[in-house]
Write a protein that binds this ligand. Sequence first.
Ligand code: ACM
Length: 807
Amino acid sequence: MDRSAFSGPAIGLITALTLAATAATAASPFGGLFSAASKAPAAPAAPSLIPQPVSITPAQGAFVLASGAHILVPPNDPQARWIAQYLSDMLKRTRGIELKIGEENGEVTGPAIHLTRGPDAPVGDEAYRLAAAPAGVTVLAANDAGLFYGAVTLLQLATESDGHAGSIPLPALTIDDAPRYPWRGLLLDSVRHFQSPEFVKKLIDDMAVHKLNVLHWHLTDDQGWRLEIKKYPRLTEVGAWRVPAGEAALQDIDPATKKPRLYGGFYTQDQVKDIVAYAAQRHVTIVPEIDMPGHATAAIVAYPWLASTPHPPTAVPSDWGVYPNLYNPDTPTIGFLQDVLTEVIALFPSTYIHVGGDEAVKTQWSAAPTIQAQVQALGLKNDDELQSWMTGRLDAWLDAHGRRLVGWDDILKGGLTPHATVMSWQGPAGAAAAAAQDHDAILAVDPTLYLDHRQNPAPDQPPGRGSLLTLKDIDAFDPAPASLTDEQRGHILGVEGAVWTEHIRTEPRVEFMTFPRTAAIAEIGWSPPGSTETLLARMPAEMARLRDLGVNAADSAFEPLLTSDFDPKTGTVAVTLATESGQGEIRYTTDGAEPTPRSQRYDAPFAVRLPSRVRAATFAGAEPLSHAIERRFDADTVRSRDSHELKTCSGKLDLSLEDDAPVNGPRAVFLVDIQNPCWIYPGAELDGVGAIDAAVGQVPYNFVGAGLGPEVVKFRSPATPEGELEVRLDTCEGPRIAVLPLKPAAANLAVTALPPVAIAPVAGKHDLCFTFTQHALDPLWVIKTINLLPAKAQSRGLGGLFGAGPK
Ligand code: ACM
């Protein structure tokens, strides 16, 4: 196989991209983090396939794919016929091309797509060869998975641009391909927020077209139990339902019960069987996770005898974080867990069954005399060893039933059980430690593979963990670092992206956070090391493909990021545009027109006079890469900043947090550090400023665990019962230049525009520090917008404070 078939053009492309990034960094307002996308993207010389195949050998000519062409399968081969039908359905759905399916019986003689098996097929469970020539396309594989992945590659070749097409020329080439790792996973957290069975199936579809093959389904946790277990009906009758956090949910009374409306849901066993079968057809294995001994509150609320404490909680909680509620390691509870696993293994044919094991803080075990007596009686050193002992019971049980236990890397602490596979989330060290002990490992590391992080700093991003995680960050991740020996590398089963959903409330947002970053996860899981550098150049085709598939993919890598600098002396605003990835060309208008591929190309910061309206979007040639952003500048708004355009004072635990109100309809999103709620408006131009106003919200402080809560988060004392927003000059210890009382906002659970307060004249540029005074932590006051008003300005009210809402 010739891995260097495209090395010439590819190196040229990388050089071009590097040069573009270097040139742009100097002008970047984001301190070199983001690049002005002023360079036309070089079209990749090879097809834009994701994940990048092992080798692509180009040839002359093209196979013209058009309606009426045949897909031919071996006679009496129902699996090949299923794959042919899948390919045909997907091509019809995405490109409007209708193919016919037939058997290789000599009747069809013209150009066709052949799905074939044979002794000369490439070796490997998932390997395939795809050869396209003017006379036909052949996908050759030894087994079903390889044939399926060959069909997926063919589908990708046909969907490099979007929209319906009469015919599509597929370039003549030969692709030889096989995955780097057998485990290419995605974790879906269906506990913190619930997704419908239909959505889970769509996600499986979208995983399959990226050659991802493991859906790690997080089905149980503190905040919910989502899997029907026939022997223990209260797990879902009680454990699947909670009152969401915050006052807004408490006021949302369900007329049927006269109590606050419950949030939740669960999957019936029939639904699970349907989803598992659907996934299996697409070569996706579902690995269920039943978390233990921690992250168990919902089950303990349903069956209090599972608890390790005499006073277990009585309602399924809605706070995020780490709870102390652990299953009791006694015989009845282990019997319960084995009963649950009995039903789990009947539903999920996966060899691997995930039993969690993470974040099991042992305060309840330490405080329980019976449990401490158990530690003594078993001759164990400590509670971590007790966790390992408990995991060991389940490891042996799973082994006896022909399955294998997977646990988070926390299970290393008390000693690995004999058959455990380790899923490393606390950095790659856990995987290395497991491999050194001759155990297999999967990398699902936080933050690099945790897809609940924001993708860019724009105010219109949906909520998520505050620190950014970009395509490039994932692409740069090496699952098998040089520190491992070759033998240890052999223990790395693969990689997994984790879609934790504390902050991902809706299904469209799950898609937004999952795609296109999943393309990078697919790439590090499938493609040969060192072959992924062109990922960004392949993204325009990926984005077109995702549009065709109806995926609400994030355009965050390409969205224009606007920063502005107002000069009161000239009355002009310097506007800087950049994108997170540096890909594509930013085009903009200042006359209110929608930006098009023919609009003015952004090359360098430009100035506009007040009032002005700047609109900008990013393109790859004629193809849109982003939605259009818009910013209006006038005397009243030119110095407005959304919380996402401010800096948090210490950036310890930044969240882009969604409001709890209104219960229905769009909610504001605030950037806030939940350990230190304090914001800086850097370099605020104060010349001519006569007043400050702010839009503020109040959110539930629903976070538990170490480093959180009233012992950690401190406030200055309020002067009025409702508290105040205080503004200080230069530093957070500097002179207080304004105090905005919160009384007008106290009764509003959503966002309130506080009336402006006058400030004494200050010349020049200064940092401003914003903090709230409050007596108690909950609810937490947060900033939506800060606005510096010209002298004698009136309040603007709320209008225009919300940007385009999150998707
Ligand atoms: C985890 O993030 N606690 C696995």
